[in-house]
Design a protein around this ligand. Structure first.
Ligand code: AGP
Length: 370
């Protein structure tokens, strides 16, 4: 096992650090920047089905559902196809309206999640076209889909999903750009610039790991005794906030809630006092001015602010107690980049609390029961 951990103390840390490589592997053979092409046979062979779909329904659980939410932003923005994102367990039990004009995308790291599998079977019976995004090759979900893309992130051992999540985001980005180009919604110049930026994401992740690893480790020490956390983000980073909160609660057993930042004033603001740490994802591109006012509201109530900002940020940083810098990217890539320090934060808080990081209590790597 020590050999498999490659010198890291836990699989989770190894998997966090593997992300430059795993994201690269997800794109390998698919993203051909010099030729200006995204090659994905699963999409290309059925491209008219996607193009003519009434809507795309994304079905998943847990972290994969968070990836699906970001997929909704991506596909709607770039391909202009309506997207709905459903918890598999809710979808399957509510007699959903599905037709043969719908495309259903299932996202599952393990490819064995019982609720996702059952929801897919239901959609298939109703004639929808089923597309799978799985990490485990030849898994049950991969086998029943009509087409799909493997994430190729490599085996994920830590129960808390890290590299599988960023690989799912990478696939969803490729799908959105490919469909957008085909639909004519994404012009050539923008397409070329976005794919060049995507190609460089592994490099950006490496920079983030190097720049933030030790700093986040230090920050974590201050929150070992904390009992509650709020995670806030807007737009693409709202699901990233949900995912950050899920990571923390899964492995550290600290109660954490993710929220769209603007929803704070509709309830969670009542929780804010000097004992409430708030992680806020505040990149320059993506409603920055609005985030600034959210931070002011938190500051006025003495909340402890841990801000994830772009390098060189001033406004949010000046009001924050802790500042974690990530490189500036187009908005659609910011959840991939911002997720990395949040994974590290959850990891180190859990380690300092003496928790079993790779095998948290009550959780299984794949949930094969309903
Ligand atoms: C992630 O950290 C969790 N352990 C969990 O939410 C997981 O994402 C969920 O059970 C779905 O699993 P799947 O991707 O294998 O379908």
């Amino acid at each position: 096992e020590q050999i498999e951990k490659g010198g890291y103390e836990h699989f989770m840390l190894k998997e966090i650090f593997e992300q430059p490589k795993s994201i690269h592997d997800t794109m390998r053979g698919r993203l051909l920047v010099d030729e200006g092409v995204i090659k994905m046979a699963g999409i290309w062979d059925h491209v008219e089905r996607f193009k003519n779909a009434n809507r795309i329904i994304i079905i998943a659980c847990g972290t994969s559902w968070h990836a699906g939410l970001i997929g909704e932003y991506l596909i709607e923005e770039y391909a202009r196809i309506p997207v709905e994102v459903e918890y598999a367990s809710e979808f399957r039990y509510r007699n959903p309206i599905i037709t043969d004009k719908d495309v259903v995308i299932a996202i599952s790291q393990s490819g064995e999640t019982a609720d996702t599998m059952a929801a897919l079977k239901l959609a298939k019976e109703k004639g929808a076209f089923i597309y799978g995004i799985c990490n485990v090759v030849d898994s049950s979900i991969a086998r029943i889909t009509d087409a799909g893309s493997y994430t190729h992130a490599g085996p994920e051992i830590g129960v808390a999903s890290t590299k599988a999540f960023t690989a799912q985001l990478t696939i969803l980005t490729l799908i959105a750009f490919k469909l957008g180009k085909h639909n004519g919604n994404l012009g050539n110049a923008e397409f070329m610039s976005l794919i060049a930026e995507l190609d460089a994401i592994p490099k950006r992740i490496e920079e983030v790991l190097n720049a933030t690893h030790e700093q986040v480790q230090e920050i974590a020490k201050d929150f070992v005794e904390t009992t509650n956390f709020l995670y806030l983000g807007r737009g693409y980073n709202y699901p990233a906030a949900l995912e950050g909160a899920l990571k923390l609660k899964e492995i550290s057993y600290i109660h954490a809630e993710g929220y769209p930042a603007a929803e704070m004033k509709h309830g969670p603001i009542a929780l804010i006092d000097e004992n409430m740490p708030i992680v806020i994802i505040a990149p320059k591109k993506g409603h920055y001015d609005k985030i600034v006012s959210n931070v002011q509201e938190i500051k006025a109530r003495k909340g402890k602010i841990i801000a994830v900002v772009n390098k060189g940020d001033r406004q949010v940083s000046e009001m924050s107690d802790y500042v974690i810098e990530i490189p500036e990217t187009s908005e659609c890539f910011s959840p991939i980049v911002a997720s990395v320090p949040l994974q590290l934060l959850a990891y180190y808080i859990a380690v300092y609390r003496g928790a079993n990081v790779d095998q948290p209590r009550n959780l299984a790597k794949s949930v094969t029961v309903e």
